[in-house]
Design a protein around this ligand. Structure first.
Ligand SMILES: NC(=O)C1=CN([C@@H]2O[C@H](COP(=O)(O)OP(=O)(O)OC[C@H]3O[C@@H](n4cnc5c(N)ncnc54)[C@H](O)[C@@H]3O)[C@@H](O)[C@H]2O)C=CC1
Ligand SMILES: CC(=O)C(=O)O
Ligand SMILES: [Mg+2]
Length: 608
């Protein structure tokens, strides 16, 4: 597999160079014979320009590198093969060691490459995304965040803390890149299903932006991970002498919002065309900030909106998997476990879809949805009902207030059981067995919480207890399951990674002023219609992660076209709003694809 990639190397590189690849250096070129203004060791220490042993002799001569490298010039292909060999050797040498140890060792070797040579790093990531996504993204990124203070070697991204109040407008200019396209920001308050990890949550924006580079071809020189450190309520971290964040409780209320406001003003003052993705904020701030900024800035919340689109695509897929027409979605009974930023985002979007399809009101469309939180089924009987869940609260005459998951499943016999609770294993054997009585011929189980240990159930347990005819999705990857009937139980990775890169890229390349509901719906519909009937019937609802660039180009194009329809595009670079509106669907996909950055070594000196 790896070697096939290497064999296909020069063709892909040449194609990329013809389109977009080398532009990255030229865009920041200074006049004169050299494209990079740094010299000598400064170049070797800049992961953006560094080619390690790959510097050709002319560049070694003209950039003051002679003598600073071993004499032999090694090709990109050889460097790539060398890295993969070290990675495989690490796999061999860590066999039998605990999973956490192996995962962190793999993360370290990749991270060291990231710090040293970005071109090679992104190339190995793109070519081996199926193997490496679980390391730079969920589940290992969760472990990295938990151990961040010990793993920390050098900073990546920017840190704005409560102590920086009043200073952010000048601080933002400390970032060395002139242009920033994508920002992913967190306050560390709800990192995956791991809770409040304070400043250690920076690993999430870094991992998400790695996915942006890999999937959407965002130029890595133009991405910016942001940690907004407003304190932490995690007592263990506050007591840890190695903790790297502010040692104070989280800011609340207006004090908190003032910090986020200040950052947003600073970021958009310096980079008015940037897209900002909010990530892993605790529910109350996820909703509040989305409401506060979505009409003012070009931003979206991935956990609320990206997840909703991926889940909707999965839910529509389950209808197709049952061999039923899409219109049957309105009859599906859906139990959502978890009423936080993700669960509520999913439920609201799915209810809206039912309302649209059936031509009924939102309130009427909630009929087949059942929302469960830590206190059980949400009904109108509950005291102190959170206003965000009110629209979905059931009549207690139907099922009692606070009913357990198993009670709800036994009573409702749902078509779909979807978990976004962050609680590992709550889809117990009893719950899964109850799904055998589902009214669906192919019940669907989505255990979407991350990382792996927080999944509501494993893939193997789902197929074992709920039956071999189920459709299964999980937020973190699981291996496909070999079924007793001889067939394969397919595992779908129901993760917002299938949408956020396309949402960001389509928004960026359209120059949309804001991210509208129409753009988000277009993204979800694009993903929902991506798979063929044949695949869906086999229980395959989402594309392979190996095709992530292709699906992202399609999603990006759908988002861009929806932005044109919503009349909010301002264009990107030389491509104006009129050009965008005249593009056919195919031309839009082509435009998106041509603008994806691809890692190849570009010349650092002009030919004489
Ligand atoms: N697969 C994907 O693409 C995504 C997965 N997630 C995952 O979803 C999980 C939740 O994320 P958020 O909604 O942002 O968290 P949150 O903290 O806002 O919400 C968690 C919800 O689960 C409920 N809950 C807690 N314990 C429960 C129990 N024992 N039984 C039933 N409900 C319980 C809480 O009451 C709350 O409503 C996390 O693990 C996160 O990693 C989030 C976004 C995307
Ligand atoms: C996937 C993701 O965004 C989460 O688990 O929070
Ligand atoms: Mg998230």
């Amino acid at each position: 597999m790896m070697w096939r990639n290497i064999a296909g190397f020069s063709k892909a590189a040449a194609a990329a160079a013809r389109t977009h690849g080398s532009r990255r250096y030229l865009s920041s070129a200074i006049p004169g014979p050299c494209i990079v203004h740094k010299r000598g060791a400064d170049i070797l220490h800049d992961p953006w320009f560094n080619k390690d042993t790959g510097f050709p002799l002319t560049e070694r001569d003209r950039l003051g590198l002679r003598g600073l490298l071993p004499p032999r010039v090694i090709s990109f292909e050889q460097q790539y093969a060398r890295f993969i060999e070290s990675f495989r050797s690490l796999e061999r040498n860590t066999q039998g060691q605990p999973d956490n140890v192996v995962s962190l060792a793999k993360w370290r070797i990749l991270n060291r490459l990231h710090d040293r040579n970005e071109t090679l790093y992104y190339r190995v990531l793109i070519d081996n995304i199926k193997d490496f996504a679980p390391i730079i993204y969920t589940p290992t990124v969760g472990l990295v965040c938990q151990n961040y203070s010990g793993l920390y070697r050098r900073p990546r991204g920017m840190y704005f803390s409560a102590k920086d109040k009043g200073e952010m407008m000048s601080m933002i200019y400390n970032w060395p890149a002139h242009q920033v396209d994508m920002i992913v920001i967190t306050d560390g308050s709800r990192i995956l299903g791991l809770g409040d990890l304070g400043v250690q949550g920076i690993g999430i924006p870094i991992g998400k932006l790695d996915m942006y580079v890999a999937a959407a071809g965002i130029n890595p020189q133009r991405v910016l991970p942001i940690m907004l450190d407003v304190g932490t309520n995690n007592q263990k971290l506050l007591q840890n002498p190695l903790y790297l964040g502010l040692r104070q409780p989280r800011l609340e209320g207006e004090e908190y919002l003032e910090i986020v406001d200040e950052f947003m003003e600073a970021a958009f003052t310096r980079w008015p065309k940037a897209v900002v993705q909010f990530e892993d904020f605790q529910a109350k701030w996820a909703f509040e900030t989305l409401d506060r900024y979505r009409k003012k800035f070009c931003m979206f919340n991935d956990d609320v909106q990206g997840t909703a689109g991926v889940a909707l695509a999965g839910l529509l897929g389950t209808v197709r998997a049952q061999g039923r027409p899409l219109s049957d979605f309105v009859n599906q009974k859906i139990v959502v476990v978890g009423a936080g930023s993700a669960g509520l985002g999913v439920t609201k979007t799915a209810v809206q879809a039912v309302a649209r399809m059936a031509g009924i009101s939102f309130a009427e469309a909630t009929k087949n949805f059942y929302l469960i939180d830590k206190d059980g089924l949400v009904t109108t009987e509950r005291s102190k009902l959170d206003p965000a869940v009110v629209p979905f609260a059931k009549n207690p005459a139907e099922i009692r207030e606070g009913a357990s998951i198993v009670e709800v499943v036994k009573t409702v016999r749902p078509h779909v059981l979807l978990g976004l609770s962050g609680v590992g294993g709550i889809f117990t054997e009893e719950v899964l067995k109850a799904m055998r009585e589902s009214d669906s011929c192919k019940p669907a189980i989505f255990a979407m919480s991350n990382p792996t240990l927080n999944a509501e159930c494993t893939a193997a347990d789902a197929f074992k207890h709920a039956g071999e005819n189920i459709v299964f999705g999980s937020g973190s990857p699981f291996e496909n399951v070999q079924l007793e009937n001889g067939s394969v139980g397919h595992v779908n990775q129901a993760n917002n990674m299938y949408l956020f890169p396309g949402i960001g890229l389509g928004t960026l390349l359209s120059g949309a002023r804001i991210v509208t509901d129409g753009m988000l719906l277009a993204a979800a519909e694009c993903l929902a219609s991506y798979m063929t009937d044949e695949e869906v019937q086999k229980g395959i609802l989402y594309p392979s992660i190996n095709n992530i660039r292709h699906i992202t180009a399609e999603v990006g194009a759908a988002v861009l076209r929806a932005a044109v329809t919503d009349d909010i595009v301002e264009g990107h670079g030389d491509v104006g709003p009129r050009d965008l509106s005249h593009m056919s669907k195919e031309e839009t996909v082509d435009y998106i694809t041509r603008n994806m950055w691809f890692p190849i070594y570009s010349p650092l000196v002009h030919e004489k």
